[in-house]
Design a protein around this ligand. Structure first.
Ligand SMILES: [Zn+2]
Length: 98
């Protein structure tokens, strides 16, 4: 497992809340304006679930995937996805010792 993947599995729910604050990501759902937000993790101190999106493109190697963290609107089910790499990069700058 590479370093990013290992760090990605240590990001927990409350880290993502901090990430949203740091990046100015609105709580409000862009589809229905509800602020009932669900972060896809077992809980605030549990690791975030990671989703893989397969890239299908003639120039991409077979099996190339992008890893994503997602938040889902509890009202309408609209899903927003965020690149794991960017969150991990932010976390490393935020707490270099961890
Ligand atoms: Zn919604």
């Amino acid at each position: 497992m590479d370093e990013i993947s290992e760090k990605a599995r240590q990001i927990v729910g409350e880290d993502f809340v901090k990430y949203m604050d740091a990046k100015g990501i609105p709580q409000k759902c862009p589809a229905c304006q509800s602020d009932e937000l669900g972060i896809m993790a077992g809980g605030p101190t549990e690791p975030l679930q990671i989703f893989e999106m397969k890239i299908v493109h003639p120039e991409a190697d077979a099996g190339t995937v992008i890893e994503l963290y997602t938040i889902v609107c509890a009202n309408c089910g609209h899903i927003r996805s965020f690149s794991v790499n960017d969150v991990v990069k932010w976390k490393s700058q935020e707490s270099p010792s961890e």
